[in-house]
Unconditional design. Structure first.
Length: 372
């Protein structure tokens, strides 16, 4: 039989549990299709942040908070992306980390803006996103203007290349970064000998590469993702393009690219860029990566650290606003001054990251290595 003291304790525990406010953080990325490994990596980063915060214990506006991750799959498809965004709005999430791709993030941003939910993308890099004029959009890494220009400058000034062909995958990300690369390369006196298009599901590039081979390029820029870059590198090897550089943005720059390329020799000709400082160059990044690898062995790709920071930044703004209400805390995101694992996070008035770093990578012995 329970005595009065036991009942009183149980009542207090129940009251404490009921006093906890559940704060929902939405996350959207491709969890199916060719880019699923990228999407899962992002989700892992956001989930890790939620678990860390819950373990620390978070109080906002005098209330104890329990964070919950609401994860959705957009399959890198714009239609599924907008459907997922509406689903999160209907679920009344308090903030969103995502989406992964520019092609899904840009149309989804309109929906989040309409329902007033702040959105921090850890990976969408098309400059158009922050040109929409929404006060709910934030980006946690350098955009394609920085990545495309940085790669073109490296190709022209450091590698002294003269003839470059361009391939893009017709997505908002691929075409956007390819156009920036082209504009900067031309300004540096580089000749664009050919420009071809594919799609983000393709795996056969033989006809495109054969046409390009006839133009005798010393470099190829690919605006697209790793699942396409891997087969492209294999086919470059088959066609005798073993001395031709392959440039790509962050979508190409994955730890698993050598595996996708079956470790062909052409992997050593890849130069790619990521919009942030290398994790191994930041003390916080080194420690975080150890924890990530222990928790999610073999799953790290590129953006999970940014997804982790994006989650932390949303909650940091809630703390400073003393409110989890998006209408109240959204404005506080513009005042962010947060030391993350990927960067020191501050935002420009349009939601872009202030002073974003860019890291160039190459592959040596099947391992991605930063060059700066």
């Amino acid at each position: 039989m329970r005595g009065p003291l036991v009942l009183a304790c149980l009542t207090l525990l129940g009251a404490e549990a009921s006093a906890q406010e559940v704060v929902k953080i939405g996350h959207v990325a491709p969890l199916s299709g060719p880019q699923a490994s990228f999407g899962k990596d992002n989700e892992n980063g956001a989930r890790m942040a939620v678990e860390d915060l819950n373990a620390q214990g978070v109080t906002i506006g005098g209330k104890k908070i329990k964070l919950e991750l609401v994860a959705e799959d957009d399959a890198a498809d714009p239609k599924q992306g907008t459907a997922a965004a509406q689903k999160l709005c209907d679920a009344k999430v308090n903030g969103v980390v995502g989406h992964l791709n520019s092609g899904t993030t840009i149309p989804a941003a309109k929906i989040y803006n309409k329902c007033g939910v702040p959105q921090v993308t850890p990976s969408a890099t098309n400059p158009e996103l922050t040109q929409l004029g929404y006060k709910t959009v934030f980006r946690l890494l350098a955009n394609d203007n920085a990545l495309g220009a940085g790669l073109a400058n490296h190709a022209a000034k450091q590698l002294k290349l003269k003839r470059i062909a361009i391939i893009d995958d017709r997505t908002a990300y691929g075409t956007g970064i390819a156009e920036v690369f082209k504009k900067t390369a031309l300004a540096n006196g580089v000749e664009i000998v050919d420009q071809q298009a594919t799609n983000d599901k393709a795996t056969d590039f033989m006809s495109i590469l054969t046409a390009i081979k006839g133009k005798k390029p010393d470099g190829i820029f690919f605006g697209g993702m790793g699942p396409q870059a891997g087969p492209m590198l294999r086919q470059m090897q088959q066609l005798g393009l073993g001395k031709v550089y392959l440039f790509g943005g962050d979508g190409v720059c994955t730890a698993e690219l050598p595996k996708l390329a079956a470790n062909v020799k052409t992997i050593e000709n890849v130069v790619c860029a990521v919009g942030g400082a290398a994790l191994d160059k930041r003390a916080q990044g080194v420690e975080w990566k150890k924890r990530y690898d222990a928790k999610y062995p073999g799953q790290f790709q590129i953006y999970s650290a940014y997804a982790y920071d994006a989650t932390m930044v949303l909650v940091d703004a809630m703390k400073r606003a003393k409110s989890t209400n998006p209408a109240v805390y959204a404005a506080k995101l513009f005042d962010t001054d947060y030391e993350g694992v990927s960067a020191h996070v501050q935002f420009e008035p349009n939601g872009e990251l202030k002073n974003p770093a860019m890291t160039l990578y190459v592959y040596r012995g099947g391992v991605r290595v930063s060059t700066n």
